[in-house]
Design a protein around this ligand. Structure first.
Ligand SMILES: Cc1cc2nc3c(=O)[nH]c(=O)nc-3n(C[C@H](O)[C@H](O)[C@H](O)COP(=O)(O)OP(=O)(O)OC[C@H]3O[C@@H](n4cnc5c(N)ncnc54)[C@H](O)[C@@H]3O)c2cc1C
Length: 256
């Protein structure tokens, strides 16, 4: 089975918005989006010792190679990075188009995503990519099994679990509760340097440059602002008396 796993290189820490471009400042240190480590882990678990391939795919700046190398160090077999100035400033529509183009080249049986990117927190890209690839999609996967040409997913919901089956090829976005991602071993880190790593331009994905980046985006950030200051806040300090003061406050508001 061939599994493609989509990963995003995200800025470390809280992130800073560049007031000039109104974009997230991506010039500092970055790391593998921690939700995507779950997707890599699940891909490796599903492949197991059997035949097949796990391909890590990302669209991002050249530095995104670091996160792909981490996926390779965890055990992925190959990496594909779409890195092109023409992709800078891509919104969801443009990102999904380029990523779908890169994935179409792979023709994987299963495409895995993390549940969300910790910088933009859209939790939506997998749906847009599945739509472009015309494949079924299941999100919030807490358990994934593959058998008889189908993927079976235990899907976490607000009230329990749904069990959903879809024919392969399919797209699945995994929840961060699905597994505990492994740490790359020293052997894995050394081995990652020798694994195949392809860098693609936007046109390599079959997408015209005019459909990527700002040119291909359907949204524009018009303004940025800080959240309004909170009114009526009360700080309760102290040791022994603090708990009682909180209980009294909640009782006064009829919340307990
Ligand atoms: C006007 C505008 C300009 C923007 N400019 C940029 C920009 O220059 N650079 C930029 O990085 N973002 C940019 N963004 C954000 C970009 O649109 C989102 O990163 C993208 O739509 C994915 O959404 P998300 O990050 O919320 O991912 P989610 O939908 O939360 O991600 C879900 C999953 O999709 C996968 N995924 C997400 N992003 C990628 C990726 N790039 N490669 C592979 N897999 C991925 C991961 O598995 C992730 O867990 C911009 C957004 C807007 C509105």
């Amino acid at each position: 089975m061939k599994i493609a796993v989509c990963i995003k290189h995200v800025p470390e820490g809280a992130g800073r918005i560049d007031p000039g471009s109104k974009r997230l400042d991506r010039s500092g240190e970055g790391a593998l989006n921690h939700f995507d480590a779950n997707a890599v882990e699940e891909a490796l678990r599903l492949k197991g010792d059997g035949e097949g391939e796990v391909v890590a795919v990302s669209m991002g700046p050249a530095k995104a190679a670091d996160s792909l190398r981490k996926a390779l160090a965890m055990g992925a077999d190959r990496a594909v990075l779409v890195s092109d100035d023409a992709a800078a400033g891509s919104d969801l529509v443009a990102t999904s188009k380029v990523l779908a183009g890169a994935l179409a080249r792979e023709s994987a049986d299963l495409v895995l995503f993390g549940q969300q990117a910790s910088d933009a927190d859209g939790a939506v890209l997998w749906a847009a990519v599945a739509e472009r690839l015309r494949r079924p999609v299941v999100s919030q996967a807490a358990e994934v099994t593959v058998a008889d040409g189908k993927v079976r997913v235990k899907r976490q919901t607000e009230f329990g679990y749904d069990v959903i089956e879809a024919p392969l090829p399919a797209v699945v976005a995994v929840s961060d509760a699905i597994n505990e991602p492994r740490y790359p071993s020293l052997k894995g880190i050394m081995g990652a340097k020798k694994k195949p790593f392809d860098t693609l331009s936007v046109s390599d994905t079959g997408v015209d440059a005019s459909e990527a980046g700002e040119a291909g985006s359907k949204t524009e950030v018009l303004a940025l602002g800080t959240p309004a200051a909170r009114g009526d806040a009360r700080k309760i300090e102290g040791d022994a008396d603090a708990a009682q003061a909180i209980v009294d406050f909640l009782a006064e508001k009829r919340l307990v």
